[in-house]
Write a protein that binds this ligand. Structure first.
Ligand SMILES: [Cu+2]
Length: 332
């Protein structure tokens, strides 16, 4: 059975919280059944700290449980940082407006990431497979579809039998792109890759993906986030503006005169997502020169600080998204 979820587009985004300026994990959730040495613990706790996933009222996370289509719709919408949609009339006959996932499903559908069935249903309690997850993530990222990397083997397991993935599989280029972008890895974790050594990946075609596996894929997507829109350099000025949009800065380099009194107008256009601007000596971010207040978009703030007197290339970033939102701060 081929489930066509999606079509899609769009940029990288996420929804974090619980940050402090030192980016501690003071508010991190913990789950009774996710010990710190659990194979997916880091990804699960990271997503939980960003409120993308949560546990059950009894304190458990149930990492080996399958993920439903409704649950995954919520996860992808939150990961991408988009708001719920609550149209007056429901798109699907089996996903009514009083269902807990209504706003998430409608949101994910609106962005084209997930789709229903020809009979008008969404089947919110249906399970989602690894190929379907990878397909949604690739579409949501807006990555151009590619074939799998050269020199790797991707196997499809059906009823206990492995065969090589071929171009006639509906997910061929989706999985290929996921491999090119590092969402699946070679070798991958044995709990994700059901077989094959350092140059291969085996994927069960019809088995439901678990909550743990899903968390790992989403976390990889977040931590590999590619800046968008394309950054452009700016010219030297003591009066600057910087935009944060779709989980990215609009500039990859900012140039200022040495020792100048800087006014930086920071415009966070990401609704519901916190960002800031922080300046450091270098990319290790161990020595801060200025740490701007974190603001949750849509909001604009003016930062005032003194540029370093020593010409050189410094480093700026958003402390909330220190891996994906970075740039050079050039002092002339
Ligand atoms: Cu940010």
């Amino acid at each position: 059975m081929i489930r066509k979820l999606l079509l899609g587009l769009l940029v990288v985004a996420l929804i974090p919280f619980g940050l402090s300026l030192t980016f501690s994990r003071a508010n991190a959730a913990s789950f009774s059944d996710v010990p710190s040495d659990y194979w997916a613990a880091n990804a699960i706790l990271d997503l939980a700290s960003r409120t993308i996933i949560g546990g059950y009222p009894d304190g458990s996370f149930r990492p080996e449980n399958p993920v439903t289509r409704a649950e995954f719709s919520k996860m992808i919408l939150l990961t991408m940082g988009f708001a719920q949609e609550t149209p007056v009339s429901a798109t699907f006959t089996d996903e009514p407006s009083d269902h807990w996932a209504y706003g998430y499903v409608e949101g994910a559908v609106k962005h084209g990431w997930v789709k229903g069935y020809p009979d008008g249903t969404f089947q919110p309690n249906g399970n989602i497979t690894m190929a379907e997850i990878l397909t949604v993530l690739v579409r949501a990222e807006g990555w151009t579809l590619t074939n799998p990397p050269d020199g790797v083997t991707i196997l499809v397991r059906q009823s206990g039998t492995d065969r090589e993935m071929t171009a006639s599989d509906w997910f061929y280029q989706n999985v290929g792109t996921a491999a090119q972008q590092g969402l699946i890895q070679f070798p991958d974790h044995p709990q994700i890759n059901t077989a094959v050594g350092s140059s291969g990946f085996a994927m069960a075609q019809n088995d439901p993906a678990t909550r743990a596996q899903t968390a790992v894929f989403l976390d990889r997507m977040l931590t590999n986030a590619t800046p968008s829109p394309s950054p452009t350099p700016s010219s030297a000025s003591a009066s600057l503006s910087l935009v944060a949009k779709s989980m990215a800065f609009d500039q990859s380099a900012i140039t200022v005169p040495a020792g100048a009194d800087i006014t930086l107008t920071f415009d966070n256009q990401d609704t519901g997502i916190p960002h800031n601007f922080a300046l450091y000596m270098d990319s290790s971010a161990s020595t801060s020169l200025f740490v701007g207040e974190v603001i949750t978009g849509p909001k604009t703030i003016e930062y005032h600080f003194k540029a370093p007197t020593q010409p050189g290339t410094y480093f700026f970033r958003c402390d909330v998204h220190p891996r994906s939102m970075t740039g050079q701060f050039i002092v002339q």
